[in-house]
Structures are given as C-alpha cells and as structure tokens.
Design a protein around this ligand. Structure first.
Ligand code: GUN
Length: 291
C-alpha cells in the first residue's frame, strides 16, 4: 500500500499564511500579540524548542520574550515572576516550558497563570472547558494533530482511535478532542499507557493510532492493521554510538509502517512544526480578546 505522508510543515505554512490578516486587524488597533516564555534550567531539548518558538514569533513580526532562569530558582521566585507577567499588558500569552526542575510543583505553577493568558491550555479551568467541549485554549500539540487531520480531510467520525500515552501535554487532551461530538472528531477513542498489558492488541484494531509516549520506534508495521492512519508525535534524540551523531526518531518504526499504513506523519516535519503554529494561533486568540 502506498503510504501518504502528512506534512505538518505544509499545514503550518498554510496556518501562517492565513493568520496574517488577523495580525493586520490587531495591528490596526495598535495591538501587537506578545508571548512570554519562561525557561527554568538547561534542559537541551527545551532550549531548542524555546529558540524555535522565539524565531517563529520574530519572523512573523510578533513580540516574544524568553525569561531564562537558573535551575535552582525557587518556586516562590517563579510565582513572583508569573504574577508580574499576569499583570503586564504587553504579554497576551504566557508559557512555562515543561519539564520544570523537580523542586518546583508543576500544578502550583500552571494554576498561577492567568487562564486568559494560558496559551498552552494547561490551566485546570481551560482543561475542564476542553473536556466539556466548550471554547477554550486548546493545548498546542493536540490542536496541531486535529488541524493536520482536517487539512488532509481525514474525518475521525465512526473511527476507532487508539492513543498511546496519557501525558497532560498530548495523550490526555488528544483523547478528549478526538472523542468530542464535533466536526472531524466524534471517534471512539481508546487510551493506552504504561499500565496497559499488550498495547499491540489495541493498536492492531485501530483505524488511527496516535503515538505520544516518547519511546523511539515503539510501533512496528506488524502492530497495525492495513490502511491505518499513524500520527507520530514522538521526537526522540537517539545517539548513534559509531558516528557519535544524533538522529531524530519518532515513536514508530518508519520502515515497517510505510507500506502498511494509509497515512503517516513523518519525524521530523510532521506534528513538530504544528505545535509552534498552534502556539502562534493561541497567542493571537489571546490578543483578540482585546478587540
Ligand atoms: N514541553 C513539551 N511540550 C510542551 C508544550 O507544548 N508546552 C510547554 N509549556 N512545555 C512543553
């Protein structure tokens, strides 16, 4: 079977093109969408993500500022900084890059972000609205997955979606989104995780597999049915010990999935670029509240 490659890069470019008119409307009212990103510590992948976010905002003429803090920064200090950002009109969106050092409690930090500036959609108020199918900030990566499916006209209605991974960032919210009664969703969704025995028992039955577990090449061709759609959210940096170089691998084994799946998001160039595009969109949404 010919496997269609679903390019998130292409979809993200269409998002940026479509967003220009919204930026112009805001500019006419002297509103420049602004994002504050907080990065605590020196986690390598987080630094790369944050740089990419800043670069994209700058290229679009939007305002973004990264606040880099030492990994020893106290929770109290972080809460003080967040309070200032909550009160500062320059910032329509606030993002605290995860993971945070272990002495900081994620939940306390996320809860202290003004829900109206929570462009990640991680605040319990926003997550609650998402679960109830009400308008809210939708977490960027799950929102990006849905946008790719829509762009390629892949309707989930009456399909069986199997999500592998239950993180608050991807697995949990995408399991909610895919099962909502709304256009392109309306799926029957199963969520598998580290407590699931024999995950392939479920993936073999899936019309759509969404992989968000962070385990390189976890899903093989033998684990899916012919014609399944595979959405690979994994971005795993794997070292080749012979050449001493790093390679980015997804959560599926591309060589065996290709030829068996009907569609596949590649790594890199699949869901990755969509996360940032959706962050831009959410920040613009936040700024539009001022209109
Ligand atoms: N770390 C990995 N993905 C994300 C994300 O989407 N938002 C934040 N804040 N941290 C992350």
């Amino acid at each position: 079977m010919d496997t269609k490659i679903l390019s998130g890069k292409v979809v993200s470019e269409s998002v940026y093109k479509n967003i220009k008119s919204r930026i112009d409307i805001l500019a006419a009212k002297s509103i420049n969408p602004g994002l504050a990103v907080i990065l605590v510590g020196d986690d390598g992948p987080s630094q790369v993500y944050v740089q990419n976010k800043t670069k994209t905002f700058t290229n679009l003429g939007l305002y973004s500022e990264t606040i880099k803090l030492k990994k020893e920064t106290s929770q109290k200090k972080l809460l003080e900084i967040l309070q200032k950002l909550n009160d500062d009109n320059k910032y329509h969106g606030i993002l605290v890059q995860l993971p945070l050092p272990s002495h900081i409690d994620n939940e306390t930090i996320i809860k202290s972000i003004n829900p109206k500036k929570d462009v990640d959609g991680f605040h319990p108020l926003n997550l609650g609205a998402l679960a109830a199918g009400k308008p809210t900030f939708t977490p960027c990566t799950p929102k990006g997955i849905m946008r790719v499916l829509e762009y390629y006209n892949l309707d989930l209605s009456n399909k069986h979606v199997v999500v592998v991974g239950r993180s608050n960032i991807v697995g949990r919210p995408i399991s909610i989104l895919t099962s909502l009664k709304r256009e392109y969703s309306n799926a029957t969704t199963t969520i598998c995780h580290s407590g699931t025995n024999n995950i392939s028992y479920y993936t073999k039955q899936a019309d759509v597999v969404i992989l968000a577990l962070g385990y390189p090449q976890f899903l093989k061709g033998k684990d899916i049915k012919l014609g399944a759609i595979v959405i690979d959210v994994g971005i795993n940096r794997v070292k080749n010990t012979e050449t001493n170089t790093y390679k980015l691998l997804g959560d599926c084994e591309e060589s065996s999935i290709k030829g068996k799946a009907s569609s596949l998001t590649p790594v890199p160039g699949g869901i990755g670029p969509m996360t940032i595009a959706m962050l831009v969109e959410n920040t613009i949404e936040a700024a539009e509240m001022e209109l």
